[in-house]
Design a binder for this molecule. Structure first.
Ligand code: PEP
Ligand code: MG
Length: 883
C-alpha cells in the first residue's frame, strides 16, 4: 500500500477525484498542482493511515516512516531547503483534512521545524530577525496548545505580563530580542507544566503533529459531530504536510481568502479580503481590519485601505487568472486561500464555497447560462430547503439579537409585533392597525382567527406538528413553538423570559427560521423572488415526475399556493372551516343536540356555508384536483372551555350553562388523539358526512357551471383503520352523489379515497384499496401512532433524543424512512396489488421536506402535498429526486 502522496512543482501523485483517500484539502492541493498552479510543495498522508492508527493501538503501518522521509526529501529538492538544517531550514505546516470539513478536528500547526538552532538561520535567510523569533514563539504556542494540550491562554498571560513590564501595548512594539526573551519564558512554562522540554528535534515535532491530527479523529467533539451528521467513523482524516510560505515577510508579503463569486448575492465578481504582512490566522482572527481584494469592492465599501489590485498588481493579475481557471475547472464557485511571499503568489486551498440561498440560485442559473453547467446540473446545485430563506422575511444578519428564549423553528420567517395573549385581542389589535405576535401556551382550532390576525405565533408547548406549527406553516406565518422556558401568566397578561417580565403590548420579535424569541423590534430583510427563481423552477418542473399539491382550505392559501405552482389541493382540512364567525354557533348546536333531528337542523345551517367554501376552492383551482377531507378532530375541540367562556356561550345559545358544562365534560377524553375523531365521528354521526358530501357535490356543480371547467372532487375519509369503516362512510357519500345528480341533472365525477395514517390501515391496505380510489399517507398521525409518540407533546423530550443522537432528525419533520417509511411502502405496495391505478400521495408535513420527498419518489408516489409556502421547495426537491 502507498501511504503518502506528494504534490508540488507542477505535478502530483493524487487528483481531485481521490477525495476519499486524500481528504478534501489534500485532493484539491493535488489537483491544483496538476493544473500547474503555484502550490507550495508537500504531501498528504492518507485517510487509510488514520484507520490503521485507530485500529492498531495508535501505531503506524510499516513503511510509512520511509515514505514520509522520502516525501520530505522531495520537498527539500523543490525548495532548496532541508528539514532541520541549520543553514537553510525547511519549515512546514501540518493540517488535518477529512473528506468533508469537520469541526472538532485538529486544525493547523504552522512554522513546524523551528527550534533554537534553526531560528537563527531563518533570521539570517529572511534578513528579518524579528519575523523569525516571532514565528518561533507562535510555533511554540500553537504546537503546545494543539499537540501537547497546553492551553494557549497561559502563553497569552505571559505575553501580557511581559508587555506590562516593558511598557509595550501592541505586539508590533516587540523587538526580536523581546520575542527571544518570551521564547525562554514559553519554554520554561512548557517544561514546568508538562515535565518535559519543548521538543527541539524537527522529526519529533513532525510526528507529534501527525499523531495529534490522527488522535483528534477520535476526540469526543469529532465523534459527536460525526454521529450527528451521519459521517462514518471509518472514513478517517488525512494529514497534509506542506512547505511554509510566509505572508508576514514584510510589506511585499500578504495573505488572504477569496470567493470567485459573491457568496451572499451570487454576483459574478471576485470577492475577498487580505492583509499585508500577516499570517493566515490573522485574517480570520479579526485583530486587524482586512483590506478588499478588488478595487471595485474597495470603492463599493467606501474603504480607503489599499486594495490588492492596487497594492500588488502583478500578484493580483495572476490571482484573478487562477480564480477563473479554478472555477471553470471545478465548474463551481470556489473558496480560496492564498499567500504572497515577497511578491510571489502561492495557492494554499481551494474548495466549493458556502453560499446563501440567494447566491446559490443566481450562481446555478448564471453558470447554466454561461454554459458551465447543464440545466439539470443547475437544478441539482440548489438546496431546496434553503429556498425557505427566499420566501419569507428574515432578520437582517447584521442586526443585534437580544435573545429571550428559543423554541422549535416551527414555521420560517421572522416577525415583530406587540404581545397579545388571546386570539380576540389579536383580532382587535389588527383591526386597529397594530401588528401583534400571538403568544399562547398552545393553540387550538379556536385560535384560527387570532392566528390570521397575528404577524407571528409563539407557543410554549407543542412540537413541529402541533396545531400552531401546522396552521402557521399553512398560512406562511412565522411560528416558534414549544419555547418551554417562557412562563405565560394569562391572568396578569405577562410572560417571563430569561428573568425579564414582558406585558401585553410590549414588542417582541420571533424568528421562525431559528426558533429564537427576541426582545423589541429587529430589522428585517424582505424576500425577493428574483428572475432566477422562476427560471430554475421551470427547469425543475421539466425534470420531475411527481406532482406537487398543497394543503389548503382558505381561498387565500389556495391562491398563494397556485402562485407558487401548486398543481391541486392534496388536503383540505374541513374542520378548519368550522370556526369562522357565526359557524361555530351552528357547530356547537349540532354537537349539543342529543337527537339526530337536532343535529340535522344545525347541519342544514352549515350546508350553504360549506357549499360556498367548496365552490370557491374549486373555482380557484380551475379543474385541478381538489382533495377534501371530511371532518377530523374530536368534537370537544369545538366546545368552549373554562366557566367564563361556557357561561358566555350558554347565554348566546340560550341554553343552561350547567347543561353545556355537562356536555363538555361528557365529551372530554383522556386521549383525544386516539379517541372519537376521524371516521369514528362519521360512523357515529353519519349525517355530518352527508352534509359535507352534499356541500362538496353541490359546490362542484356550481363551480363547473361558473368556470366551464369540469370538477372532479376527491373526497377523503380520515383515520380509517378498517375497510368496514370506509365502506360505511362511502355508502353515504355515494348515495349523496346520486341524490345531487338527480336533483341537479348533472352527472358528477368524483372519487372516494382514504387517509392512510394508522399502522393497521397500512397493513390492511390491500383490502382497503377495494373501496378506495386513492390513498393519501397522513404521515403526521402515522408517525405519532407508529412511534407511539404524541405529536403535541414530543417537544419536551425529542430535543434530548436529538442531542444524544438517538434520532438524527425530528421524525415529525423528516420521515423516519426505516420505520414509518416501511409502513408507507407496505401500504403503497399492497394497495396497488389490489388496484393498479390507485392514486398515491402524501399530505403529512413530510410532504414539504426534501429528504422525505426523495423517499416518496423511490416508493413511487404520484404526488406530494405540502403547505403553500413549501410548494417551491417541493417542486425542486421532487425534481432532484427524479434526476
Ligand atoms: C396527518 O395525520 O398526516 C394529516 C395530514 O392529518 P392531520 O395533520 O390533520 O392529522
Ligand atoms: Mg391526521
Amino acid at each position: 500500500t502507498k501511504w503518502v502522496y506528494g504534490f508540488g512543482d507542477g505535478k502530483a501523485e493524487g487528483t481531485a477525484g481521490m477525495r476519499n483517500l486524500l481528504g478534501g484539502k489534500g485532493a484539491n492541493l493535488a489537483e491544483m498542482s496538476n493544473l500547474g498552479l503555484p502550490v507550495p510543495p508537500g504531501f498528504t498522508i492518507t485517510t487509510e493511515v488514520c484507520t490503521y492508527y485507530d485500529q492498531n493501538g495508535q501505531t503506524y503501518p510499516d513503511g510509512l516512516q520511509g515514505e514520509v522521509d522520502a516525501a520530505l526529501e522531495t520537498i527539500g529538492r523543490i525548495t532548496g531547503k532541508r528539514f532541520g538544517d541549520t543553514q537553510n531550514p525547511l519549515l512546514v505546516s501540518v493540517r488535518s483534512g477529512a473528506r468533508v470539513s469537520m469541526p472538532g478536528m485538529m486544525d493547523t500547526v504552522l512554522n513546524l521545524g523551528l527550534n533554537d538552532a534553526t531560528v537563527p538561520a531563518l533570521a539570517e535567510a529572511s534578513g528579518d530577525p524579528r519575523f523569525a523569533y516571532d514565528s518561533y514563539r507562535r510555533f511554540i504556542q500553537m504546537y503546545s496548545d494543539v499537540v501537547m494540550g497546553l492551553d494557549h491562554h497561559a502563553f497569552e498571560e505571559i505575553l501580557e505580563t511581559f508587555k506590562g513590564e516593558n511598557g509595550h501595548s501592541l505586539d508590533t512594539d516587540l523587538s526580536a530580542e523581546d520575542w527571544g526573551q518570551l521564547i525562554t519564558r514559553y519554554k520554561a512554562l512548557v517544561e514546568e507544566e508538562l515535565g518535559r522540554p519543548f521538543p527541539q528535534d524537527p522529526h519529533e515535532q513532525l510526528w507529534g503533529a501527525i499523531s495529534a491530527v490522527f488522535a483528534s479523529w477520535e476526540s469526543a467533539r469529532a465523534i459527536t459531530y460525526r454521529r450527528l451528521h451521519n459521517i462514518p467513523n471509518n472514513w478517517g482524516t488525512a494529514v497534509n504536510v506542506q512547505a511554509m510560505v510566509f505572508g508576514n515577510m514584510g510589506s511585499d508579503s500578504a495573505t488572504g481568502v477569496a470567493f470567485t463569486r459573491n457568496p451572499s448575492t451570487g454576483e459574478k465578481a471576485l470577492y475577498g479580503e487580505f492583509l499585508i504582512n500577516a499570517q493566515g490566522e490573522d485574517v480570520v482572527a479579526g485583530i486587524r481590519t482586512p483590506q478588499d481584494i478588488t478595487e471595485a469592492a474597495r470603492i463599493a465599501a467606501g474603504s480607503d485601505a489599499l486594495s490588492l489590485e492596487r497594492a500588488m498588481p502583478e500578484a493580483f493579475a495572476q490571482f484573478t487568472e487562477i480564480c477563473e481557471r479554478l472555477e471553470a475547472h471545478y465548474r463551481d464557485m470556489q473558496d480560496l486561500e492564498f499567500t504572497i511571499e515577497r511578491g510571489r503568489l502561492w495557492m494554499l486551498q481551494t474548495r466549493a464555497g458556502k453560499r446563501t440561498a440567494k447566491a446559490a440560485l443566481k450562481i446555478a442559473v448564471d453558470m447554466a447560462d454561461e454554459g458551465l453547467l447543464t440545466q439539470a446540473e443547475a437544478v441539482m446545485r440548489v438546496d431546496p430547503a434553503a429556498l425557505d430563506q427566499l420566501l419569507h422575511p428574515m432578520i437582517d444578519p447584521k442586526a443585534a439579537r437580544d435573545i429571550l428564549a428559543s423554541g422549535l423553528p416551527a414555521s420560517p420567517g421572522a416577525a415583530s409585533g406587540e404581545i397579545v395573549f388571546s386570539s380576540d385581542d389579536a383580532e382587535e389589535a389588527k383591526a386597529a392597525g397594530r401588528a401583534v405576535i400571538l403568544v399562547r401556551v398552545e393553540t387550538s382550532p379556536e385560535d384560527i382567527h387570532g392566528m390570521h390576525a397575528a404577524e407571528g405565533i409563539l407557543t410554549t408547548r407543542g412540537g413541529m406538528t402541533s396545531h400552531a406549527a401546522v396552521v402557521a406553516r399553512g398560512m406562511g406565518k412565522p411560528c416558534v413553538s414549544g419555547a418551554g422556558m417562557l412562563r405565560i401568566d394569562y391572568r396578569s397578561g405577562t410572560v417571563i423570559a430569561a428573568g425579564r417580565k414582558f406585558s401585553q403590548g410590549d414588542v417582541i420579535t420571533i424568528d421562525g427560521t431559528t426558533g429564537q424569541v427576541l426582545a423589541g423590534e429587529v430589522p428585517m430583510l424582505q424576500p425577493e423572488m428574483s428572475g432566477e427563481f422562476g427560471r430554475l423552477m421551470e427547469w425543475a418542473d421539466g425534470a420531475r415526475r411527481m406532482a406537487v399539491r398543497t394543503n389548503a382550505e382558505t381561498p387565500a392559501d389556495a391562491r398563494a399556493a397556485r402562485a407558487f405552482g401548486a398543481e391541486g389541493i392534496g388536503l383540505c382540512r374541513t374542520e378548519h372551516m368550522f370556526f369562522d364567525g357565526d359557524r361555530i354557533l351552528a357547530v356547537r348546536e349540532m354537537i349539543l343536540s342529543d337527537s339526530e333531528e337536532g343535529r340535522r337542523a344545525a347541519l342544514a345551517r352549515l350546508l350553504p356555508m360549506q357549499r360556498g367554501d367548496f365552490s370557491e376552492l374549486f373555482e380557484i383551482m380551475q379543474g385541478l384536483p381538489v382533495t377534501i377531507r371530511l371532518l377530523d378532530p374530536p368534537l370537544h375541540e369545538f366546545l368552549p372551555h373554562g366557566s367564563e367562556e361556557i357561561a358566555e356561550v350558554a347565554e348566546a345559545m340560550g341554553i343552561d350553562a350547567d347543561l353545556l358544562r355537562d356536555r363538555v365534560a361528557s365529551l372530554n377524553e383522556f386521549n383525544p388523539m386516539l379517541g372519537h375523531r376521524g371516521c369514528r365521528l362519521l360512523v357515529s354521526y353519519p349525517e355530518i358526512a352527508e352534509m359535507q358530501a352534499r356541500a362538496i357535490f353541490e359546490g362542484a356543480v356550481a363551480a363547473a357551471k361558473a368556470t366551464g371547467a369540469p370538477v372532479t372532487p376527491e373526497i377523503m375519509v380520515p383515520l380509517v383503520g378498517m375497510k368496514a369503516e370506509l365502506d360505511l362512510v362511502r355508502a353515504r357519500i355515494d348515495a349523496m352523489a346520486e341524490a345531487v345528480s338527480r336533483e341537479s341533472g348533472v352527472t358528477i365525477e368524483y372519487q372516494v379515497g382514504t387517509m392512510i395514517e394508522l399502522p393497521r390501515a397500512a397493513l390492511r391496505a390491500g383490502q382497503i384499496a377495494e373501496s378506495a380510489e386513492f390513498f393519501s399517507f397522513g404521515t403526521n398521525d402515522l408517525t405519532q401512532t407508529t412511534f407511539g409518540i404524541s405529536r403535541d407533546d414530543a417537544a419536551s423530550f425529542l430535543g434530548a433524543y436529538q442531542r444524544l443522537g438517538l434520532v438524527e432528525r425530528d421524525p415529525f419533520v423528516s420521515l423516519d424512512q426505516e420505520g414509518v417509511g416501511e409502513l408507507v411502502e407496505i401500504g403503497a405496495e399492497r394497495g396497488r396489488v389490489t388496484r393498479p391505478n390507485l392514486k398515491l400521495g402524501i399530505c403529512g408535513e413530510h410532504g414539504g421536506d426534501p429528504d422525505s420527498i426523495s423517499f416518496c419518489e423511490r416508493v413511487g408516489l404520484d404526488y406530494v402535498s405540502c403547505s403553500p409556502f413549501r410548494v417551491p421547495i417541493a417542486r425542486l426537491a421532487a425534481a432532484q429526486a427524479a434526476l
